[in-house]
Ligand binder design. Structure first.
Ligand code: NAD
Length: 252
């Protein structure tokens, strides 16, 4: 097998949550470019239709799964009806940056509810989906550099992403004997609809740039190589790992 063949996703089917925009959209399109057919999951049908059109223009198939991933029972019911999924990108997530003194129980439930609880049960559902169909699949959990460090105004977000790292390592141990791999991608700040409001504050942008050793804010395309790598045969001995795409933020 040539090195490029090892990165091919031809004949694979991938499910991406939060696929309507931002990082999830970019990863879904990258998977299609690498040869996979897609199932696109998010809450907003119109966003998913637009991404599906981009994917069908690439000659791949794209199915839409409208679902709020915090409704874990609905996610599980819909996932059961899907044809075999080889690649699961557990990406949907939110942030409510605030000083600890202002964090409310509602903030806690919202951030932990999607970033950790929903991601946990979605990973559980897709683990069972792969186990029951004897698929030696790849689960990619969307973590963050904030799953490896701390930051002001990010107690909740960091707690959720450190949780994702623990989930990933433990799941890789339980699923290894089934040939199912589980890894995280850990981006620094990436320009997406989620981060757009942060960068309107020049002080925040200066702070971010002072921590990113490579001196620039990330773009969604900075993540797609790692996503295809983790999804493909190229990473067939990689599990329980975290791929840092942080421009050196966590090196210091
Ligand atoms: P985004 O807000 O631009 O997109 C998130 C997507 O998730 C949207 O399509 C949204 O509709 C969907 N989504 C949100 N809540 C959902 C729910 N309950 N059910 C189903 N879908 C839901 O965000 P993004 O910047 O693309 O972030 C994606 C992931 O990457 C998140 O897990 C985030 O924590 C992580 N991340 C982002 C950055 C960054 O700087 N953008 C950095 C590190 C990690």
């Amino acid at each position: 097998m040539s090195v490029l063949d090892r990165f091919s996703l031809a004949g694979k089917r991938a499910l991406v949550t939060g696929a309507g925009r931002g990082i999830g959209r970019a990863i879904a399109i990258a998977f299609a470019e690498a040869g996979a057919d897609l199932v696109l999951c998010s809450r907003t049908e119109a966003d998913l239709e637009a991404v599906a059109a981009d994917i069908t223009a690439l000659g791949r198939k794209a199915e839409i799964m409208v679902c709020d991933v915090t409704d874990s029972a609905d996610f599980e019911a819909k996932a059961q009806d899907l044809p075999g999924i080889d690649i699961f990108c557990n990406n949907a997530g939110i942030n409510r940056p605030k000083p600890i003194f202002d964090v409310t129980p509602d903030d806690y439930d919202a951030v932990m509810g999607i970033n950790l609880r929903a991601a946990f049960f979605a990973a559980r559902t897709m683990s069972m989906h792969m186990r029951d169909r004897k698929i030696k699949g790849s689960i990619i959990n969307m973590s963050s550099q904030m799953g490896h460090t701390g930051a002001a105004n990010r107690t909740l977000y960091c707690a959720s992403k450190w949780g994702i790292e623990g989930l990933t390592k433990s799941l890789s141990i339980e699923l290894g004997k089934l040939g199912i791999r589980v890894n995280t991608i850990c981006p620094t700040f990436i320009e997406t609809p989620m981060t757009e409001p942060y960068f309107k504050d020049p002080n925040f942008k200066d702070y971010a740039l002072s921590k990113i050793q490579l001196g620039r804010i990330g773009q969604v395309d900075d993540l797609i190589g790692a996503a295809v790598y983790l999804a493909s045969e190229a990473s067939s001995l990689v599990t329980g790992s975290a791929v840092m795409i942080d421009g050196g933020w966590t090196a210091s």
